[in-house]
Design a protein around this ligand. Structure first.
Ligand SMILES: [Zn+2]
Length: 306
Protein backbone atom coordinates (compact mmCIF):
# COMPACT_ATOMS: atom_id res chain seq x y z
CA UNK A 1 0.00 0.00 0.00
CA UNK A 2 1.44 3.36 -0.97
CA UNK A 3 2.26 6.09 1.49
CA UNK A 4 -0.63 7.72 3.29
CA UNK A 5 -3.26 5.38 1.95
CA UNK A 6 -5.49 2.88 3.62
CA UNK A 7 -4.34 4.06 7.02
CA UNK A 8 -6.15 2.39 9.84
CA UNK A 9 -8.40 4.53 11.98
CA UNK A 10 -10.51 3.46 14.90
CA UNK A 11 -12.66 6.58 14.57
CA UNK A 12 -16.08 5.96 13.03
CA UNK A 13 -17.33 8.50 10.44
CA UNK A 14 -20.30 10.65 11.52
CA UNK A 15 -23.66 8.96 10.95
CA UNK A 16 -25.59 12.26 10.78
CA UNK A 17 -25.31 15.92 11.80
CA UNK A 18 -26.04 15.16 15.47
CA UNK A 19 -23.04 12.84 15.44
CA UNK A 20 -20.57 15.41 14.02
CA UNK A 21 -19.28 16.75 17.39
CA UNK A 22 -18.58 13.18 18.50
CA UNK A 23 -16.57 12.75 15.29
CA UNK A 24 -14.22 15.75 15.69
CA UNK A 25 -13.85 15.00 19.40
CA UNK A 26 -12.81 11.42 18.63
CA UNK A 27 -10.23 12.85 16.23
CA UNK A 28 -8.92 14.98 19.10
CA UNK A 29 -10.01 18.29 17.55
CA UNK A 30 -11.60 21.36 19.18
CA UNK A 31 -14.09 21.68 16.30
CA UNK A 32 -14.02 22.38 12.57
CA UNK A 33 -12.84 25.24 10.34
CA UNK A 34 -14.90 25.38 7.14
CA UNK A 35 -13.40 27.65 4.49
CA UNK A 36 -16.37 27.45 2.11
CA UNK A 37 -19.63 28.66 3.67
CA UNK A 38 -21.98 31.24 2.16
CA UNK A 39 -24.17 33.84 3.81
CA UNK A 40 -25.67 36.30 1.34
CA UNK A 41 -28.09 39.22 1.51
CA UNK A 42 -31.60 37.68 1.73
CA UNK A 43 -32.68 38.73 -1.75
CA UNK A 44 -29.51 37.33 -3.35
CA UNK A 45 -29.76 34.13 -1.28
CA UNK A 46 -33.35 33.61 -2.42
CA UNK A 47 -32.25 33.87 -6.05
CA UNK A 48 -29.42 31.39 -5.54
CA UNK A 49 -31.84 28.93 -3.93
CA UNK A 50 -34.31 29.40 -6.74
CA UNK A 51 -31.52 28.44 -9.14
CA UNK A 52 -30.81 25.25 -7.21
CA UNK A 53 -34.52 24.48 -6.92
CA UNK A 54 -34.42 24.27 -10.73
CA UNK A 55 -31.43 21.93 -10.37
CA UNK A 56 -32.80 19.47 -12.88
CA UNK A 57 -32.79 22.18 -15.55
CA UNK A 58 -29.29 23.52 -14.75
CA UNK A 59 -27.40 20.42 -13.64
CA UNK A 60 -29.41 17.56 -15.16
CA UNK A 61 -30.05 16.22 -11.67
CA UNK A 62 -32.17 17.46 -8.77
CA UNK A 63 -30.39 19.52 -6.11
CA UNK A 64 -32.48 19.17 -2.96
CA UNK A 65 -31.49 21.84 -0.44
CA UNK A 66 -31.04 20.54 3.06
CA UNK A 67 -30.50 23.93 4.78
CA UNK A 68 -32.66 26.53 3.02
CA UNK A 69 -33.77 28.18 6.28
CA UNK A 70 -33.33 31.71 7.73
CA UNK A 71 -29.86 33.04 8.73
CA UNK A 72 -30.29 32.56 12.46
CA UNK A 73 -31.24 28.90 12.07
CA UNK A 74 -28.25 28.29 9.81
CA UNK A 75 -25.92 29.98 12.29
CA UNK A 76 -27.34 27.76 15.04
CA UNK A 77 -26.77 24.68 12.86
CA UNK A 78 -23.11 25.59 12.29
CA UNK A 79 -22.72 26.17 16.01
CA UNK A 80 -24.22 22.75 16.82
CA UNK A 81 -21.95 21.10 14.25
CA UNK A 82 -18.94 22.73 15.94
CA UNK A 83 -17.85 24.87 12.98
CA UNK A 84 -15.75 27.42 14.91
CA UNK A 85 -14.77 29.64 12.00
CA UNK A 86 -16.29 30.17 8.58
CA UNK A 87 -16.48 32.91 5.92
CA UNK A 88 -19.56 34.24 4.13
CA UNK A 89 -18.06 34.27 0.59
CA UNK A 90 -20.20 36.75 -1.37
CA UNK A 91 -19.85 36.87 -5.16
CA UNK A 92 -21.28 39.18 -7.82
CA UNK A 93 -22.63 38.08 -11.19
CA UNK A 94 -22.30 41.54 -12.71
CA UNK A 95 -20.59 44.91 -12.35
CA UNK A 96 -21.65 47.39 -9.68
CA UNK A 97 -22.56 44.77 -7.11
CA UNK A 98 -19.35 43.85 -5.26
CA UNK A 99 -18.99 46.96 -3.08
CA UNK A 100 -22.54 46.55 -1.82
CA UNK A 101 -22.00 42.83 -1.12
CA UNK A 102 -18.83 43.74 0.79
CA UNK A 103 -20.67 46.26 2.96
CA UNK A 104 -23.34 43.72 3.80
CA UNK A 105 -20.74 41.04 4.55
CA UNK A 106 -18.72 43.32 6.84
CA UNK A 107 -21.81 44.16 8.85
CA UNK A 108 -22.80 40.50 9.07
CA UNK A 109 -19.34 39.47 10.29
CA UNK A 110 -19.28 42.25 12.88
CA UNK A 111 -22.55 41.11 14.40
CA UNK A 112 -21.85 37.35 14.46
CA UNK A 113 -18.98 35.61 16.24
CA UNK A 114 -17.04 32.95 14.35
CA UNK A 115 -17.59 34.66 11.01
CA UNK A 116 -14.44 35.42 9.02
CA UNK A 117 -14.99 38.81 7.42
CA UNK A 118 -15.31 38.18 3.68
CA UNK A 119 -15.34 40.27 0.52
CA UNK A 120 -15.33 39.90 -3.24
CA UNK A 121 -14.43 41.78 -6.41
CA UNK A 122 -15.27 41.98 -10.08
CA UNK A 123 -13.28 43.40 -13.04
CA UNK A 124 -14.41 47.03 -12.89
CA UNK A 125 -12.51 50.31 -12.44
CA UNK A 126 -13.60 50.68 -8.78
CA UNK A 127 -12.24 47.27 -7.77
CA UNK A 128 -8.83 48.41 -6.42
CA UNK A 129 -10.59 51.00 -4.24
CA UNK A 130 -13.21 48.80 -2.61
CA UNK A 131 -10.66 46.00 -2.18
CA UNK A 132 -8.36 48.46 -0.36
CA UNK A 133 -11.31 49.53 1.78
CA UNK A 134 -12.15 45.88 2.54
CA UNK A 135 -8.56 45.22 3.64
CA UNK A 136 -8.63 48.34 5.82
CA UNK A 137 -11.66 47.03 7.65
CA UNK A 138 -10.03 43.72 8.36
CA UNK A 139 -11.29 41.35 5.67
CA UNK A 140 -9.77 37.89 6.22
CA UNK A 141 -10.79 36.19 2.98
CA UNK A 142 -11.99 37.01 -0.54
CA UNK A 143 -14.14 35.04 -2.94
CA UNK A 144 -13.93 35.07 -6.72
CA UNK A 145 -16.44 33.22 -8.88
CA UNK A 146 -15.14 32.88 -12.42
CA UNK A 147 -18.12 30.91 -13.73
CA UNK A 148 -20.99 32.97 -12.26
CA UNK A 149 -19.12 36.26 -12.85
CA UNK A 150 -18.15 35.11 -16.34
CA UNK A 151 -14.80 36.92 -16.41
CA UNK A 152 -11.18 36.04 -16.98
CA UNK A 153 -9.23 36.50 -13.73
CA UNK A 154 -6.39 37.91 -15.88
CA UNK A 155 -8.58 40.86 -16.87
CA UNK A 156 -6.21 43.90 -16.72
CA UNK A 157 -8.69 45.79 -14.53
CA UNK A 158 -7.78 43.33 -11.78
CA UNK A 159 -3.99 43.73 -12.01
CA UNK A 160 -3.75 46.19 -9.11
CA UNK A 161 -6.06 43.96 -7.04
CA UNK A 162 -3.97 40.82 -7.52
CA UNK A 163 -0.75 42.77 -6.91
CA UNK A 164 -2.12 44.02 -3.61
CA UNK A 165 -3.45 40.61 -2.53
CA UNK A 166 -0.16 38.98 -3.38
CA UNK A 167 1.46 41.47 -1.04
CA UNK A 168 -1.02 41.05 1.82
CA UNK A 169 -1.25 37.24 1.41
CA UNK A 170 -4.99 37.37 2.11
CA UNK A 171 -6.59 34.05 1.14
CA UNK A 172 -8.77 34.15 -2.00
CA UNK A 173 -11.23 31.31 -2.54
CA UNK A 174 -11.53 31.05 -6.30
CA UNK A 175 -14.16 28.96 -8.03
CA UNK A 176 -12.37 28.29 -11.30
CA UNK A 177 -12.89 24.61 -12.22
CA UNK A 178 -15.47 23.66 -14.84
CA UNK A 179 -17.75 21.86 -12.40
CA UNK A 180 -20.54 21.59 -11.71
CA UNK A 181 -20.98 24.05 -14.60
CA UNK A 182 -18.44 25.05 -17.22
CA UNK A 183 -18.08 28.70 -18.19
CA UNK A 184 -16.19 30.63 -20.81
CA UNK A 185 -13.31 31.27 -18.39
CA UNK A 186 -13.33 28.14 -16.23
CA UNK A 187 -10.67 25.46 -16.35
CA UNK A 188 -7.00 25.52 -15.38
CA UNK A 189 -5.68 27.86 -18.06
CA UNK A 190 -6.73 31.30 -16.76
CA UNK A 191 -5.60 30.54 -13.19
CA UNK A 192 -2.32 29.07 -14.41
CA UNK A 193 -1.70 32.30 -16.32
CA UNK A 194 -2.66 34.34 -13.26
CA UNK A 195 -0.16 32.47 -11.08
CA UNK A 196 2.58 32.94 -13.64
CA UNK A 197 2.13 36.66 -13.11
CA UNK A 198 1.41 36.60 -9.37
CA UNK A 199 3.10 33.44 -8.07
CA UNK A 200 2.74 34.38 -4.37
CA UNK A 201 -1.06 34.62 -4.36
CA UNK A 202 -2.66 32.75 -1.48
CA UNK A 203 -5.30 31.08 -3.62
CA UNK A 204 -7.72 28.48 -2.30
CA UNK A 205 -9.00 26.50 -5.27
CA UNK A 206 -12.69 25.83 -4.59
CA UNK A 207 -14.04 22.30 -5.06
CA UNK A 208 -10.44 21.15 -5.61
CA UNK A 209 -10.93 22.46 -9.13
CA UNK A 210 -13.49 19.82 -10.09
CA UNK A 211 -13.61 18.19 -12.55
CA UNK A 212 -10.06 19.27 -13.55
CA UNK A 213 -8.67 17.96 -10.26
CA UNK A 214 -5.38 16.87 -11.73
CA UNK A 215 -4.44 20.26 -13.21
CA UNK A 216 -5.22 22.01 -9.94
CA UNK A 217 -3.27 19.43 -7.93
CA UNK A 218 -0.36 20.37 -10.22
CA UNK A 219 -0.77 24.05 -9.28
CA UNK A 220 -0.93 23.27 -5.55
CA UNK A 221 2.27 21.26 -5.91
CA UNK A 222 4.01 23.95 -7.93
CA UNK A 223 3.03 27.11 -6.02
CA UNK A 224 3.84 27.40 -2.36
CA UNK A 225 0.70 29.31 -1.35
CA UNK A 226 -1.90 27.55 -3.49
CA UNK A 227 -4.39 25.60 -1.38
CA UNK A 228 -7.35 23.39 -2.28
CA UNK A 229 -10.75 23.26 -0.62
CA UNK A 230 -12.68 20.01 -0.35
CA UNK A 231 -16.09 21.42 -1.21
CA UNK A 232 -18.25 18.49 -2.40
CA UNK A 233 -15.18 16.33 -3.02
CA UNK A 234 -15.89 12.60 -2.82
CA UNK A 235 -19.56 13.08 -1.92
CA UNK A 236 -22.11 10.73 -3.50
CA UNK A 237 -23.31 13.54 -5.75
CA UNK A 238 -19.83 14.37 -7.05
CA UNK A 239 -18.65 10.79 -7.36
CA UNK A 240 -21.57 10.14 -9.71
CA UNK A 241 -20.87 13.16 -11.93
CA UNK A 242 -17.20 14.14 -11.49
CA UNK A 243 -15.38 11.30 -9.71
CA UNK A 244 -11.95 11.82 -8.17
CA UNK A 245 -9.49 9.26 -9.56
CA UNK A 246 -8.32 7.03 -6.67
CA UNK A 247 -4.89 7.00 -8.35
CA UNK A 248 -4.54 10.67 -7.31
CA UNK A 249 -5.16 10.01 -3.62
CA UNK A 250 -1.44 9.81 -2.76
CA UNK A 251 -1.03 13.33 -4.15
CA UNK A 252 -3.88 14.49 -1.96
CA UNK A 253 -2.14 12.84 0.94
CA UNK A 254 1.17 14.55 0.20
CA UNK A 255 -0.61 17.91 -0.07
CA UNK A 256 -2.01 17.44 3.44
CA UNK A 257 -0.87 20.88 4.66
CA UNK A 258 -2.67 22.61 1.75
CA UNK A 259 -6.09 20.97 1.76
CA UNK A 260 -8.85 22.79 3.65
CA UNK A 261 -12.31 21.63 4.65
CA UNK A 262 -14.98 23.30 2.53
CA UNK A 263 -18.66 22.36 2.40
CA UNK A 264 -20.67 24.96 0.42
CA UNK A 265 -23.13 25.09 3.33
CA UNK A 266 -26.02 25.91 3.05
CA UNK A 267 -26.59 25.19 -0.65
CA UNK A 268 -25.75 21.50 -0.59
CA UNK A 269 -27.80 18.49 -1.73
CA UNK A 270 -26.89 16.41 1.34
CA UNK A 271 -26.42 16.59 5.12
CA UNK A 272 -23.28 18.36 6.36
CA UNK A 273 -22.16 15.10 7.96
CA UNK A 274 -22.01 13.49 4.53
CA UNK A 275 -19.15 15.82 3.45
CA UNK A 276 -17.14 14.69 6.46
CA UNK A 277 -17.97 11.02 5.90
CA UNK A 278 -16.96 11.41 2.23
CA UNK A 279 -13.51 12.74 3.24
CA UNK A 280 -13.23 10.00 5.85
CA UNK A 281 -13.81 7.26 3.29
CA UNK A 282 -10.86 8.47 1.18
CA UNK A 283 -8.83 6.55 3.79
CA UNK A 284 -6.05 9.11 4.03
CA UNK A 285 -5.70 8.62 7.77
CA UNK A 286 -6.41 10.54 10.97
CA UNK A 287 -3.41 12.86 10.62
CA UNK A 288 -4.73 13.97 7.26
CA UNK A 289 -8.22 14.49 8.63
CA UNK A 290 -6.94 16.57 11.55
CA UNK A 291 -4.94 18.76 9.20
CA UNK A 292 -7.83 19.26 6.77
CA UNK A 293 -10.70 19.64 9.24
CA UNK A 294 -8.94 21.97 11.66
CA UNK A 295 -5.19 22.57 11.65
CA UNK A 296 -4.71 24.07 8.19
CA UNK A 297 -7.63 26.46 8.53
CA UNK A 298 -6.64 27.42 12.07
CA UNK A 299 -3.13 28.23 10.84
CA UNK A 300 -4.32 30.15 7.78
CA UNK A 301 -6.64 32.36 9.87
CA UNK A 302 -4.54 32.49 13.04
CA UNK A 303 -7.24 30.95 15.25
CA UNK A 304 -6.77 30.25 18.91
CA UNK A 305 -7.85 26.88 20.22
CA UNK A 306 -11.11 27.53 22.11
ZN1 LIG B 1 -19.65 27.96 -3.04
Amino acid sequence: MSEGRGQATSVEPPADDDDVPRYWRDLGLPGLVDVHVHFLPPRVQAKVWQYFADGEKHYGVPWPLAYAVPDEERLATLDRLGVRAFPTLPYPHKAGMAAWLNDWSAEFAESHPGVLKSATFYPEPEAPFYVAEALDRGVRIFKVQVQVGSFDPRNPLLDPVWARLEETGTPVVIHCGSGPLAGEHTGPEPVTGLLERYPRLQLVIAHLGMPEYRDFLDLAERYERVHLDTTMLATDFTERLMPFDPADRPRLSDLRAKVLLGSDFPSIPHAYAHQLAALHRLELGEEWLRAVLWENGARLFGLEVP
